[in-house]
Each structure stands twice: as C-alpha cells, then as structure tokens.
Design a protein around this ligand. Structure first.
Ligand SMILES: [Zn+2]
Length: 373
C-alpha cells in the first residue's frame, strides 16, 4: 500500500504510535474497500485476526466503525460479519474564507457529503479599509457546529493569506487582516481541535485526495485572490515563512498595471482574481480578458514549472471563468518552456472544483485527527 500523502502545512501531527497507525490503516482500508470482514481487514493491514478484532472493537467503541450485516454465503461455515465506517462518528466542520465577499462553513462527513452549509456576507469596507470582523467567523462556526447531529472531530479552516505554524493569519490583504490569531479565537470559542490552513493548501489536499498519482504539480487557486499549492515528490512545499505558493502579489510584466489590495500595482491577481475577472468580463471583450489573464499566469508559472520539473498545472476556481483560460495558459507555458521528452505539460481544471476548499479543509482534519487521507 502506498504511504498516505498529505499536504504538510505545519508541524505534522502524525499518529503517535504503532497502534494509532494501525487504527488509521483500518479506517483507510474501509474507506477504500467499503464493508469488509475482520479477516479481510487483517490481510489488508498485515496483522493477525486477533489483533484486528481488537482494533475493530476499539474503533466501534469510539464510534468510528459500525457493524454492517453479514457477507453473502460463499462456502461452508458461518457467514462473515462485516464492519464499515460510521459516518456519524467521522464528522468535521469545514470553513472556507476564500470566496469573494462570502464566508462559508459546513458540517462534512467522511464521504465528503455536506450535511449543513451556512453562508455569511462579509467584505473589506472599501471606504474605511476596515477588514472583515473575525468575530463573524467565530459566530459562523458556532452556528454550524450547533447543527451537527454528532460530536465533530475538529474544525478545518481554509483562509487566503499567509498562515503561520500556530494557525494565526499573518497577513491576508483580501480579508484586511494582519496577525489575526484565528486558531486561538475559534479554539477558545468551541473547545475543539482547530486546523487553520491557507486556502490553496486546502484545495491542493482535496485535489490529491481525488487525483491519485499526481506527485509533482502546482494547483492555482483563483478566488478572492490567487495563490497556489506546490507539490514536489508528493510533498507540499511549505517555504521558510509558510508562504510558498503566494504568487498572487508577484508583479507580472513591465507595464505598471492596476492598483492592488496590497498597495502596489500590477500584481498577478489584478488580472486574475474572481472579482477582477468578473468585472473585466462585464466591461470588455471576453476573449481579451481571458488572453491577458492567461498569459500573465503563464509568465508567473513558467519559472516555477521549470525549476521544479512539474508535470501538471491544475486550475481551481469557478469552472465557467477558468475553463477558457486552460488553452491560453498551456500555450503560454509551451512557448516559454523547453519541450519535455515525455510529452507536453498537462494543464487542466481541478477534478472536483466545487467546494474544493471546504472539502480540502475537512480532509486535513481527518488526516490530522485520524491519519485518514
Ligand atoms: Zn498585490
């Protein structure tokens, strides 16, 4: 079995001991196979049947696993009893702060299904420059948490900007935030484990979960701003200041460009954020907007793709805005890069672009709490 892959965003909380690791493997195997007998699980995980019975008993007592009837009779003897994941014991609350003017949170089960979604309108006050009130995020989390039918494992938050190892948002111009202790605010209010991560990290985790085999890619998350998650050799690149992938405020081109929320001009996201793309499409020829935005993105990505020898560029965001960008970015990159002997670079949309940050934030909690990818 391949080693589990995850986006490493901070000091990793790995299963502390062999037993925890085996419990994670049982959950992982059930996720892959569906209802299974203890004997089958013992073979897959590589432990004795006695050990497996013991592991399953612990997971049943924790409410993570439940009985699932008996297998169809396949020979003489007693039919095997089956066990399966118990979605009620594997709930998370996921929060997405990356959508323009909108904060959203959901209760998510282990299959990725959203049991309850709530939204709050919230934007930076353009007149006063006052940022989004972090208290609204806390209120939203409390409200969603109150709807969870069973206790949740933890809270995952995907936010734009730079997030440090303690879960504080160091800087997020698109929310008007500097040094907001988001982890502590939400953790103090709920008493639950909280994982705060950059929205592109969350989206990248969601893509890795749904696209096995991708080991060297850059995922460009286009939302309130632009950021990316870089995966090299199956591992997320973190960087010296937890800011790897923050390409949104790189100036692209030698022309001056439009003013940006960071106070400078000509940053990539002045061409490519969702609000900028929508406004430009309303005001101008759509083909021009797509061509200019796509080419600027190719300029920003080419050195990254070449330096890390990446094989895929994945665009995540509203598909109706990003689909026309795919061929423009592909052409722009192929003009700038030496052709690879193994065929052209893959440029594509994310596998499941809808709710990618929410699903990724939930997936990170499952990994963090249970070691389940
Ligand atoms: Zn900027």
């Amino acid at each position: 079995m391949n080693a589990p892959r995850r986006v490493r965003t901070s000091a990793a909380v790995l299963p502390a001991d062999g037993r925890r690791q085996n419990l994670s493997l049982v959950l992982q195997t059930l996720r892959r196979l569906g209802p299974s007998s203890r004997a089958q699980l013992a073979r897959e995980v590589g432990v004795t049947k006695v050990t497996m019975s013991d592991l399953v008993a612990e997971l049943i007592s924790e409410g993570r696993v439940r009985d699932a009837g008996t297998a169809a009779q396949q020979g003489p003897g007693k039919p095997a009893t089956l066990v399966d994941l118990d979605p009620a014991g594997l709930l998370t609350v996921a929060v997405d702060l990356s959508v323009p003017a909108r904060l959203q949170a959901a209760v998510v089960d282990i299959t990725g299904e959203m049991l309850h979604l709530e939204v709050r309108e919230a934007a930076v006050d353009t007149e006063s420059g006052r940022g989004v009130d972090p208290g609204v995020v806390v209120e939203l989390v409390r409200s969603v948490l109150a709807t969870a039918p069973h206790p949740v494992l933890g809270i995952g938050i995907g936010t734009p900007g730079v997030v440090d190892a303690r879960g504080s948002v160091r800087t997020a111009p698109n929310l008007g935030w500097t040094d907001v202790a988001l982890h502590d605010l939400v953790s103090d209010a709920t008493g639950l484990p909280v994982l705060v991560t950059n929205d592109s990290d969350a989206a990248t985790q969601a893509e890795l979960s749904s696209s096995p085999g991708s080991e060297d890619l850059v995922l460009v998350q286009v939302g309130r701003g632009v950021g990316c998650g870089i995966v090299s050799g199956g591992r997320r690149v973190v960087g010296a200041h937890h800011a790897a992938g923050e390409i949104g405020h790189v100036t692209v081109g030698t022309d001056v460009g439009e003013p940006c929320s960071c106070g400078r001009r000509g940053c990539l996201e002045t061409w490519l954020s969702v609000p900028r793309l929508r406004a430009a499409l309303d005001a101008a020829d759509p083909d021009d907007v797509v061509t200019v935005g796509g080419r600027r993105l190719a300029v920003a990505l080419a050195p990254l793709v070449a330096a890390l020898d990446l094989s895929e560029v994945v665009l995540a965001g509203p598909p109706e805005l990003l689909e026309p960008l795919v061929p423009v970015v592909a052409d722009g990159l192929s003009e700038r890069l030496l052709p690879s002997p193994d065929g052209p670079l893959v440029v594509r949309l994310a596998t499941h672009p809808d709710d990618i940050v929410l699903r990724g934030a939930a997936a990170l909690v499952l990994w963090d709490r249970l070691g389940v990818v």
